[in-house]
Ligand binder design. Structure first.
Ligand code: NDP
Length: 392
């Protein structure tokens, strides 16, 4: 029996992984469930899954969580605050951790799980963008394993021999990351001036949280994934190509020296990647409908529109600059997307604000986690100041 901690249990990935776990009560148990502020949703999940521990990251909500668990007649213990989250990710109650907190807020608990040698099911791409080498070192030192659940990286993992080999020795020429193109595929800059948050979050293929949905609409999601692929698989920026594939059935591809191209296909449903990562190297039912290739029709592939969706090139720029640049990129993006979702920044200004923040902060070699946390904070402050001065 695998005991699984789900950090971000009340989110979209949380719901998908809990659905897979519920299908296999003989193999998996949700032993820890964690959320940020949604106490009622967390308690409802506790009623259904009866974990040993529930964690609410906002420390002010500890009493509310404890009282509601008691009122529900549950034996689930309550804990609160970021340290409690890190302790849960690294503690005895779990052997696998689903890192599904959104944004940089997930970094510390992801690192804690890695250091403790857990099987890390990594959805929180922002942590690998911010701190790729530190995260890989932590996985290595902890002696656990990292299985990517971002669908593209899970696909690449499945197409590589042994999941994560030395690419040159394995004869890998390129990694092809597919992108749906988001809700605004085919639109030009002039069409995007008055986009609302709800329009940006209406993804044509995937049902996701609001932050990643906006990232998909700007193509920053693909940019973050390019950086993620660089760290997870050791591919150079030149070896990673983005291909728009609107049907979202081919989740990514690996091209080999002999001309073979291996792809992983499936319906666009995160339960496939999550089931794969939970059971790896075995395969289990994910509850996902079989892919009907005849019914799904033609598969299209096209180049991304880099002039309209400038965030993709900003991510390549940060990757090539290296050091702390991806941390700055991520922080500026989180500030910009947050402001866009609140209605205080226009859609097209997201890329401009990120670029201005990258221009303002020179990349430095990464000195350690405290350094990255400091850079993250500095970049947020710079982005917020620029937003007030130049964009609002
Ligand atoms: P959601 O917004 O749906 O859920 C986010 C979860 O994180 C919620 O449980 C939320 O708690 C919790 N959370 C938010 N802020 C904090 C915080 N400061 N401390 C602790 N917990 C916090 O996001 P998604 O599930 O869509 O995405 C989660 C991660 O997975 C992201 O990094 C995303 O990029 C990645 N991912 C998502 C995919 C998807 O299909 N959704 C696909 C691939 C990757 P609460 O509900 O209490 O606010």
């Amino acid at each position: 029996m695998r005991n699984v901690a789900i950090l971000g249990a009340t989110g979209s990935i949380g719901a998908s992984v809990l659905d897979v776990i519920a299908r296999h009560p003989d193999r998996f148990r949700a032993s820890v469930l964690a959320a940020h502020r949604k106490v009622d949703e967390l308690v409802a999940l506790c009623l259904r899954f009866k974990p040993d521990l529930a964690v609410i990251a906002d420390a002010a909500l500890e009493t509310a969580l404890r009282d509601k668990l008691v009122a529900a007649g549950l034996a689930t213990r309550a804990a609160a605050g970021m340290q409690a989250l890190n302790d849960a990710a690294s503690g005895e109650l779990c052997d696998s951790v689903v890192a599904a907190i959104v944004g940089a807020a997930g970094l510390e608990s992801t690192l804690a799980a890695a250091r403790a040698g857990k099987r890390l099911l990594l959805a929180n791409k922002e942590s690998v963008v911010m701190a790729g080498p530190l995260l890989l070192d932590a996985v290595h030192a902890g002696g656990g394993e990292l299985i990517p659940v971002d669908s593209e990286h899970n696909a690449i993992f499945q197409c590589l021999p042994g999941g994560r080999p030395d690419l040159a020795a394995a004869g890998v020429r390129r990694i092809l990351l597919t992108a749906s193109g988001g809700p605004f595929r085919g639109k030009k800059r002039a069409d995007l001036a008055a986009i609302t948050p709800d329009q940006a979050c209406a993804h044509p293929k995937w049902n996701m949280g609001r932050k990643i949905s906006v990232d998909s609409a700007t193509l920053m999601n693909k940019g973050l994934e390019v950086i993620e692929a660089h760290w997870l698989f050791g591919a150079t920026p030149m070896q990673i190509e983005v291909v728009v594939h609107p049907q979202s059935l081919v989740h990514s591809l690996v091209e080999y020296a002999d001309g073979s191209v291996l792809a992983q296909l499936g319906n666009p449903d995160m339960r496939t990647a999550l089931a794969h990562a939970l059971a790896w190297p075995e395969r289990i039912d994910a509850g996902v409908a079989p892919l009907d290739l005849v019914k799904s029709g033609a598969l299209q592939f096209e180049a991304p529109d880099r002039d309209t969706f400038r965030c993709l090139d900003l991510a390549y720029r940060a990757l090539v600059e290296g050091g702390t640049a991806p941390t700055v990129l991520n922080a500026a993006n989180e500030v910009a997307v947050g402001a866009f979702l609140e209605g205080s920044l226009p859609f097209l200004a997201i890329a401009e604000l990120i670029e201005a923040t990258l221009d303002a902060i020179s990349a430095e070699p990464v000195a350690g986690i405290e350094h990255l946390v400091h850079v993250d904070l500095t970049a947020r402050n710079v982005a917020q100041r620029k937003m007030r001065q130049e964009f609002c």
